[in-house]
Ligand binder design. Structure first.
Ligand SMILES: Nc1ncnc2c1ncn2[C@@H]1O[C@H](COP(=O)(O)OP(=O)(O)O)[C@@H](O)[C@H]1O
Ligand SMILES: [Mg+2]
Length: 314
C-alpha cells in the first residue's frame, strides 16, 4: 500500500503563531445557528452538498449498534496500529453525546487555530486527533438538537487542518442517529466498520447498523468483535465468556468481512482510562497483537475495495 510519507504531513500543528480557535467559544448550544450567517446560508440551501476532504485517502467510520461495546477503544487502538504500519492517520471523535477519545489518548488541552482559522489537530501516539468534545462544554453534550448537531458536524468536518492523511478514523456515536446520517451525507466515506460484542442483543443492533449503512450507500468494510474471549494472564487459557463466533456468524450472514476478535482484558480497559492505549503502552502484548491483526485485515479490505473501484472506472 502506498502511504503518504511522514514528512508530507501538514506541519501547521507546530506553528508558533497559533491562537485559540474562536469557534471553541462560539459553539455553545443555541448560539450555533446565529453566529456565522455567511456560512449558514449556503448550508441551508444545499444541506446535502458533499465535503470532499481530497487530501484524505480513506475515510472510515467506526460504528456500533449500541453504546459500551468498546467502539472508542477499538477506534483508538486501530488508529495507532495503522500508524505503526506506516500510515498517516487522523482520529476524529464525532460522538457528540459522549466524546471519550481525548481521555483515551491522554489529552487535556484544547486545539489551537491556524492563521487560516482552521482547527489544528492535537497529536498523540503519532495520531492527529480532533474531538467534537473540544467544541462544546461537557454539560451541553447531552442536549444537542438535530439541526444544531447537523451544522456542528459539518463545521467540524470543514474547519480542521488535517493535512495529508492515509486514514481518517471517525468514531461515531452509538446507534443509527443524526450524527451518522449527517456524516454519511456530508462526506464520501470509504466505508464503515461495525464493532460488536458477541451477545445476541448486540448482534441484533449490528443488523440495524448494517441496514442503515446499506440504505445510505456506505460500504460495510467489516465487523470487529470486541470482548470476544478472556485470555487468562496467568496460564494464557482462552475462555469464551459469551457465545462464541457471534460476530463471525453475523458477518457471514450479511456477506461482509470479519476483521477479527479483541479479547476482554483488564489492561485494555485501564490503558484507556490512563490515556495510553494498550497498543502504544504495551505494544508486544497479545492484546496489541489482536488489534494489529484487525488493522492488517482492514488495510487489506480497503485496498481490495479500492482496486474494485479502479476496475469499475476502467
Ligand atoms: N476489550 C476490552 N477489554 C476490557 N475492557 C474494554 C474492552 N473494550 C472496551 N473496554 C472498556 O469498556 C468501556 C466502554 O468502552 P468504550 O470504548 O468507551 O465503548 P463505546 O465507545 O462503544 O461506548 C470502557 O471502560 C473501556 O475501557
Ligand atoms: Mg465511545
Amino acid at each position: 500500500m502506498k502511504f503518504f510519507k511522514k514528512g508530507d504531513k501538514n506541519t501547521e500543528e507546530t506553528k508558533p503563531t497559533a491562537k485559540p480557535h474562536p469557534e471553541l467559544q462560539v459553539i455553545s448550544g443555541s448560539e450555533i445557528s446565529g453566529k456565522r450567517p455567511q456560512q449558514q446560508a449556503p448550508q441551508q440551501q444545499a444541506p446535502q452538498q458533499n465535503i470532499t476532504l481530497p487530501n484524505i485517502k480513506y475515510k472510515i467510520a467506526v460504528a456500533s449498534g449500541k453504546g459500551g461495546v468498546g467502539k472508542s477503544t477499538v477506534a483508538t487502538n486501530l488508529a495507532i496500529s495503522l500508524a505503526k504500519d506506516g500510515a498517516a492517520v487522523g482520529l476524529m471523535d464525532a460522538d457528540a453525546y459522549g466524546p471519550s477519545i481525548p481521555t483515551m489518548m491522554g489529552i487535556q488541552e484544547k486545539p489551537e487555530t491556524s492563521p487560516e482559522r482552521k482547527l489544528i489537530p492535537l497529536v498523540r501516539h503519532d495520531i492527529k486527533l480532533m474531538s467534537i468534545g473540544f467544541m462544546v462544554p461537557e454539560q451541553q453534550a447531552m442536549i444537542w438538537r438535530g439541526p444544531m448537531l447537523h451544522s456542528a458536524i459539518r463545521q467540524f468536518l470543514t474547519d480542521v487542518a488535517w493535512g495529508d492523511l492515509d486514514y481518517l478514523i471517525i468514531d461515531l456515536p452509538p446507534g443509527t442517529g443524526d450524527v451518522a446520517l449527517t456524516l454519511t451525507q456530508a462526506i464520501p466515506l470509504t466505508g464503515a466498520v461495525i464493532v460488536t460484542t458477541p451477545q445476541d442483543v448486540a448482534l441484533a443492533d449490528v443488523r440495524r447498523g448494517v441496514a442503515m449503512f446499506e440504505r445510505l450507500g456506505v460500504p460495510i468494510l467489516g465487523i470487529i468483535e470486541n470482548m470476544s474471549y478472556f485470555l487468562c494472564p496467568h496460564c494464557n487459557e482462552k475462555t469464551e465468556i459469551f457465545r462464541a463466533d457471534g460476530g463471525k456468524n453475523t458477518s457471514e450472514r450479511f456477506g461482509v468481512a470479519f476483521l477479527g476478535e479483541i479479547p476482554l482484558d483488564a489492561e485494555v480497559c485501564t490503558a484507556g482510562d490512563l490515556g495510553v492505549p494498550i497498543v502504544a503502552g504495551n505494544p508486544d502484548s497479545p492484546q496489541s497483537a489482536a488489534f494489529g491483526a484487525v488493522a492488517t485485515e482492514l488495510e487489506k479490505v480497503v485496498l481490495e475495495a479500492g482496486e474494485e473501484d479502479e476496475l469499475t472506472i476502467l
